[in-house]
Design a protein around this ligand. Structure first.
Ligand SMILES: NC(=O)c1ccc[n+]([C@@H]2O[C@H](COP(=O)([O-])OP(=O)(O)OC[C@H]3O[C@@H](n4cnc5c(N)ncnc54)[C@H](O)[C@@H]3O)[C@@H](O)[C@H]2O)c1
Length: 261
């Protein structure tokens, strides 16, 4: 019998092939969960699945684009068939493109709305038939951003998509509360992943750290993926059994500092 706060539970994670999604998968596996992992690419997903299996988790993987409900439903249904249940959903897949309203492109705006907002909604819709109706309850964690709580004038589409995700989390929390399914959101500051790399100059990590110095109140340029995973694991666990509709910043205090552009 595996030990941990999530022993006996099954968790679905989107965007699980790298970055924060990988870290969430490994942390939830350490906490005893079995996993349904999905992303767009099977190859990197397999590597994460192997790591999680090494921690004792049973793992089912499947590729799905979160913009496509039928693909998500296929993966989730197959995962639940194999693992027997679903208790936790981590809607983590996301993309960022910087841009203002006037200079940003229509394509980038649509991409962020489709992946970050509609993708989270699609993920919930694919999962809910398995999370509800059996009386066990469950936990949904939507991964937002500090830009769900504070606007960025240079990332307008991203800000809009993540504010939308926060609204989804709160509204869904009300909808699902009678069935003891909790819905919360986490809102990281900059996290050192591929995403941060794509919006930053291509410089060594030490120079990047200098660029991001002072962004947060705490004296760190960014947080690590695992710092977010700890909060995700807490929200997934029974220790958070009376938290729903909460929006938890993992922000090293940056939101205390006011607008940052
Ligand atoms: N990195 C940061 O600074 C930062 C800060 C705050 C919030 N976030 C949010 O955290 C989440 C995870 O980001 P990350 O930092 O790990 O970035 P990442 O780019 O390393 O990982 C994002 C993952 O999402 C997947 N993905 C993208 N589009 C997809 C689609 N259409 N269908 C399925 N999967 C798709 C990617 O393949 C990738 O594995 C995102 O929602 C992001 O917006 C990131």
């Amino acid at each position: 019998m595996r030990q941990g706060r999530l022993a006996g539970r099954v968790a679905l994670i989107t965007g699980a092939a790298g970055g924060q999604g990988r870290a969430h998968a490994l942390r939830l596996a350490e906490e005893g969960a079995d996993l349904i992992l999905t992303d767009r690419e099977q190859h990197t997903l397999d590597a994460v699945a192997d790591e999680a299996a090494g921690l004792g988790a049973r793992v089912v993987t499947g590729t799905a684009d979160v913009r496509l409900p039928a693909e998500l439903t296929t993966v989730v249904d197959a995962g639940v068939d194999a693992l027997g249940r679903l208790d936790v959903v981590v809607a983590n897949a996301g993309v960022i493109r910087t841009g203002t309203t006037r200079a940003g492109s229509q394509e980038d705006w649509q991409l962020m709305l489709d992946v970050n907002l509609t993708g989270a909604w699609n993920t919930c819709r694919a999962a809910l038939p398995h999370l509800t109706g059996h009386g066990r309850g469950g936990s949904v964690v939507l991964v937002g951003s500090i830009h769900a709580l504070r606007a960025s004038g240079t990332a307008v589409g991203y800000t809009a998509s993540k504010h939308g995700l926060l609204g989804l989390a709160k509204a869904l929390a009300i909808e699902l509360a009678p069935e003891s399914v909790r819905v919360n959101s986490v809102h990281p500051t900059t996290v050192l992943t591929e995403m941060l790399r794509t919006i930053s100059p291509p410089v060594p990590v030490e120079e990047l750290a200098t660029l991001y110095a002072g962004f947060n109140a705490l004296p760190v340029p960014w947080v690590e993926p695992g710092d977010v995973s700890g909060v995700v694991a807490f929200l997934a666990s029974d220790e958070a059994r009376y938290l729903t509709g909460a929006a938890l910043p993992v922000d090293a205090g940056t939101l205390l500092l006011g607008p940052r552009g």
